[in-house]
Design a protein around this ligand. Structure first.
Ligand SMILES: *C/C=C(C)/C=C/C=C(C)/C=C/C1=C(C)CCCC1(C)C
Length: 246
């Protein structure tokens, strides 16, 4: 009890890492409730997309709850839970691209390409961070992971996703463009955290000695998971008003 009080106290005063885990948990929970409830307020054809947004934030909320506790009790970075969360949620974000371009003819093959690239990105990232994170060679794993990341960026900006979005009408095209910015800029937060925070991140050099990667990742997750869902929610809303006016 007293121990617990001290921990909570530590959050309030100076433990920024614990604080962002705490706020992250709340934000993911709130977003998740929002998306689940709003499912009934959108056109039927968008329901699955909103459901997936709810699942992404639900999975993240559960992981954040665990990561918050793990970090408070051990004072360490919950690298394993972090990557378990990502390996579930990032492929679901790929599913979102597939779902909103499906009516324009997206094939399952595209979905698998996106999922495959994201799994390569995360597995090599995990090896670099959890196994070689304290060694100079962590940059090699970061580089392989980065190549898979750029492949996803390519697909969304210039590849099949972009082509399909063009044929799917202006509202889908606009949403895919915005999601593309999330992938290009929002997702770039993670490799920047990795470069700055692992021992050999920048071709064998560690940039910041005391940077907490958890703070960087927690901010990235809040922006990307909740923001992604809101873009799709806005798409569903705008499309609804079009049909109602017609
Ligand atoms: C909700 C979680 C998301 C959107 C996580 C995305 C994670 C990445 C885009 C991570 C990328 C990485 C690299 C491109 C290189 C270094 C290793 C990673 C895994 C941090």
């Amino acid at each position: 009890m007293f121990q617990n009080f001290l921990q909570v106290h530590a959050i309030a005063n100076n433990n920024y890492v614990a604080f962002t885990f705490f706020v992250g948990t709340m934000a993911m929970m709130a977003a998740c409730v929002f998306f689940f409830f709003e499912m009934s307020n959108v056109d039927k054809k968008w329901r699955t997309s909103i459901l997936v947004s709810g699942l992404i934030t639900f999975i993240a909320a559960v992981h954040y709850y665990y990561m918050r506790g793990y970090n408070l009790e051990t004072g360490e970075s919950p690298v394993f839970f972090r990557y378990v969360d990502w390996i579930l949620t990032v492929p679901l974000m790929c599913v979102e691209f597939y779902l909103i371009t499906k009516k324009a003819g997206a094939k399952l093959n595209l979905l698998w390409q996106l999922i495959f690239a994201s799994v390569i990105m995360l597995v090599t990232g995990y090896i670099g961070e959890a196994i070689y994170g304290k060694e100079t060679q962590s940059w090699i794993w970061g580089l392989i992971s980065g190549l898979a990341y750029f492949y996803i960026v390519y697909l969304v900006w210039f590849g099949e996703v972009a082509t399909l979005a063009k044929n799917a009408g202006p509202s889908v095209q606009k949403a895919v463009k915005t999601l593309g910015w999330f992938v290009l800029v929002g997702w770039a937060i993670y490799p920047i955290g990795y470069i700055a925070g692992t021992e050999g991140g920048l071709f064998g050099i560690k940039m910041f000695q005391s940077l907490s990667m958890d703070i960087v990742y927690n901010i990235g997750d809040a922006i990307n998971k909740i923001g992604f869902g809101l873009v799709i929610y806005a798409l569903a809303q705008s499309d609804k008003s079009v049909t109602q006016n017609a």
